[in-house]
Design a binder for this molecule. Structure first.
Ligand SMILES: [Cu+2]
Length: 745
């Protein structure tokens, strides 16, 4: 009740000055924003007077109306993916008619990857934005507030503000994907190749998530490249080598675009050997081999209807997980989706985008290459495991605007079918094999409705509210799994639980001056337990070495978050930066409660609190030189257990210096992390890790119009270090010399 009152009072207080100041009008400017190359109008563009006293966004036809004050001298126009503009009002107001503003799309070298965090473009993603040899995880590694759980040489799991797994949504073009490995060897990042990426959108926390698919930790959405119309025939090829794992890399793509249809086909192959940690040596059995294909067809049925059919296939051979007790023998993923984009369906409605998808992931792992007679867990037993998931669903989003108001509505439905089992084969042939179902034909069905409203209220104020409702249903279909659960919970157990969840949030932002904006957000919501938390049985969690038993009767976990943020400058200014301070209080926190030295049972475990901050800064030192840096910190405490939350990333940051040019591009980077001594000891087993500092150097050299060479050296001093979020303290890569050649036709 207190919380709700606080929101109301704050809202009232905030809207007061806005109401007073907006009466101080002077002149109205009308205009239209167009694409400089195609002449198409651009909806959703931010138009503001310089002192931020008023602002608006363009409607479906790219039109806007803006009230300006005497004090204003410039109009700023900005939109993600376009170069911003600053227009002197002295020129604007004398022309009286409709102002026409042409925005030039940001010229990326090759097909450069755009990375945004909380909808702001991250400027320090490095010159390797156009290099396809870099894995997706590398591109995300410079984002403050985002960390990665490392298990092996590949496939890292994103952690946002200290939360991971079901608390972070990882989406591919808005599609959900459910890992098939019960040990987390196949996070969604495993199925995305850099070559197929247009952008990575990262949202930190509830409020900054990609809106409709928000989760308490945040979200990562990988937007895949769409074929472009009228582009003619294009081809690219790239090959590269990384010394640290003797990884060879080959990639190629073909695309063709006519007036109303286009296609793109691409393939990537990676073959990596054993990883070399800092200081030398090789980690035995850490190599992998993996191929990925993507096909995408775009068809424009009419100017307002576009269809995009796409398929991603990912096929991995043996992937070594030396820090775990088994390796992946094979992993296959098929991801398919059909998107329909309907632009300007009705007056005031910009677009309705609907996506239908289905994906299937299969995962085989075993320990046949291990010496099972010489280990502590499950000695003298081979444990081949199989997992399979099918995730199908739809999303439909509508975006509309009316004068200063922007509306988004979305409906999402998805279904997960998951199965996993294992055989325990004793090395002594006289002992009979045992069979265990880890996920007994689990079904999860969820329906989600969400809506958001953004109001550009004038006087530099922006207010946003959002609301989300979710209904979820779980089922356990496999008879033996049902029997197991009944026995585990003494018969009295609801095996087909249903649950409701909600989320509400508000956000207020004020442009204090043309260079500075600040605001806050408050949100509260619940999360329905996922299929693993409810029905995973005997799931080995290598993060803490326990076997987990699910709990069908878990109730939704609540998260209440507050954030203060301030942003200095914009993408165009010489100095820009942002600061976020946040706190996340989680009640009914879902975690495994230690039952004995081997088992944990999933429970709602009282209150956990996370708090932290992120700072990002970027400076244009000259026309060519750019500096940037970031730091991030998270503090996590489990109140009920009176101990730190496990697997919280250490205080860390980076500084980089870039030379941006049409010819030779250079980047030097200094990455560091402090030690992490706040570890869980009672309920979890965790080890402290020391701090480290690393130096990297990269260069990109165009050899001629179509050939570009990239060369780099990471961890130049070959420092030995262990990342705190690495599973079972697997050492991180040592000095890595990498080289790649890219050809664009
Ligand atoms: Cu696995």
């Amino acid at each position: 009740m207190k919380f709700r009152n606080a929101i109301l009072i704050t809202l009232l207080l905030l809207s007061l000055p806005a109401a007073v100041m907006s009466s101080n009008l002077n002149e109205i400017i009308k205009g239209v924003v167009k694409h400089a190359h195609t002449g198409e109008s651009i909806p959703g563009v931010h138009v503001q007077s310089e002192h931020g006293t008023s602002g608006t966004i363009t409607d479906k036809n790219g039109l806007f109306e803006l009230q300006i004050e005497e004090a204003d001298s410039y109009l700023t126009v900005s939109h993600i993916g376009f170069s911003g503009k600053r227009i002197p009002l002295s020129e604007v107001c004398s022309c009286h008619g409709k102002l026409e503003i042409a925005l030039v799309p940001v010229q990326f070298r090759g097909e450069e990857l755009l990375i945004t965090a909380d909808r702001n473009q991250m400027q320090h993603s490095g010159i390797y934005g156009s290099s396809k040899t870099r894995s997706v995880e590398d591109h995300m590694s410079g984002i403050s507030g985002l960390d990665m759980v490392t298990r092996a040489n590949m496939a890292k799991d994103p952690v946002i503000r200290g939360l991971r797994d079901g608390r972070v949504n990882v989406l591919i073009d808005g599609m959900r994907l459910t890992p098939a490995c019960v040990d987390g060897m196949d996070p969604a990042t495993a199925y995305v190749e850099t070559d197929n990426l247009q952008s990575i959108e990262i949202g930190r926390g509830f409020e900054n998530g990609t809106g409709k698919q928000t989760a308490p930790g945040g979200s990562v959405n990988f937007s895949m490249v769409r074929p472009s119309l009228n582009s003619g025939f294009r081809a690219s090829a790239e090959t590269g080598y990384q010394s640290v794992s003797r990884q060879q890399f080959y990639q190629g793509s073909l695309s063709h675009g006519e007036e109303n249809w286009a296609f793109r086909l691409s393939g990537t192959f990676r073959d990596a050997g054993d990883l070399q940690p800092g200081g030398g040596g090789r980690i035995d059995g850490s190599g992998f081999r993996k191929g990925n294909v993507m096909a995408s067809v775009l068809y424009e049925a009419s100017p307002s209807h576009r269809f995009n059919l796409r398929y991603i296939g990912d096929f991995a051979g043996k992937i070594g997980y030396p820090s775990m007790i088994m390796d992946t023998r094979r992993a296959d993923a098929h991801i398919g989706g059909l998107e329909h984009a309907w632009s300007n369906p009705f007056t005031g409605v910009h677009s309705i985008t609907t996506n239908l998808y289905i994906n299937r992931v299969e995962h085989w792992m075993d320990d046949y290459d291990r010496d099972v007679g010489d280990r502590e867990v499950m000695r003298n037993m081979y444990m081949p495991m199989y997992g399979e998931t099918v995730t199908s669903g739809f999303t439909s989003e509508l975006s509309a605007s009316r004068s200063d108001h922007l509306f988004n509505l979305s409906l999402e439905g998805f279904r997960i079918d998951a199965f996993a089992d294992m055989v325990m084969e004793h090395t002594d042939p006289s002992v009979r094999d045992m069979y265990l179902v880890n996920l007994g034909d689990v079904v999860q069905q969820n329906l989600i409705f969400s809506g958001s409203h953004t109001w550009f209220a004038g006087s530099g104020w922006t207010f946003a509210t959002n609301i989300r409702g979710e209904a979820g249903m779980n089922r356990l279909n496999n008879e033996s799994a049902r029997a197991t659960y009944r026995a585990e919970y003494n018969g009295e157990i609801e095996l087909e639980p249903t649950a409701l969840a909600y989320q509400v949030g508000i956000k207020a932002k004020n442009e204090i001056s043309s260079r500075l904006s600040a605001g806050f957000s408050l949100s509260s919501g619940t999360r329905i337990p996922d299929h693993m938390e409810r029905y995973g049985y005997y799931i080995y969690q290598p993060l803490d070495g326990f076997f987990y038993i699910g709990n069908p009767e878990l109730t939704p976990e609540r998260s209440t978050q507050a954030e203060l943020f301030t942003r200095l400058g914009s993408d165009q200014s010489r100095v820009s930066g942002s600061l976020s301070l946040w706190v996340n209080q989680m009640d009914n926190y879902i975690a495994g409660l230690r039952a004995d030295d081997l088992f944990k049972r999933m429970q709602n475990m009282g209150r956990a609190t996370l708090k932290g901050f992120e700072v990002d800064a970027s400076v244009r030192l000259s026309d060519r030189w750019r500096g940037s840096g970031s730091i991030a910190y998270v503090l996590g405490t489990h109140q009920e257990l009176e101990e730190p939350l496990p697997m919280i990333p250490p205080f860390k940051g980076h500084i980089s210096l870039q030379r941006v040019s049409e010819s030779v591009q250079l980047e030097g980077r200094f990455r560091w992390a402090a030690s992490q001594n706040r570890i869980a000891e009672e309920n979890s087993l965790e080890t402290e890790t020391g701090g480290y500092a690393l130096l990297d150097l990269f260069a990109q050299v165009p050899l001629n119009r179509s050939v570009t060479m990239q060369i780099g050296m990471e961890n130049m001093l070959n420092t030995f270090y262990i990342e705190h979020l690495s599973v079972n303290s697997m050492p991180a890569p040592g000095r890595n010399v990498n080289l790649s050649i890219q050809i664009n036709l």
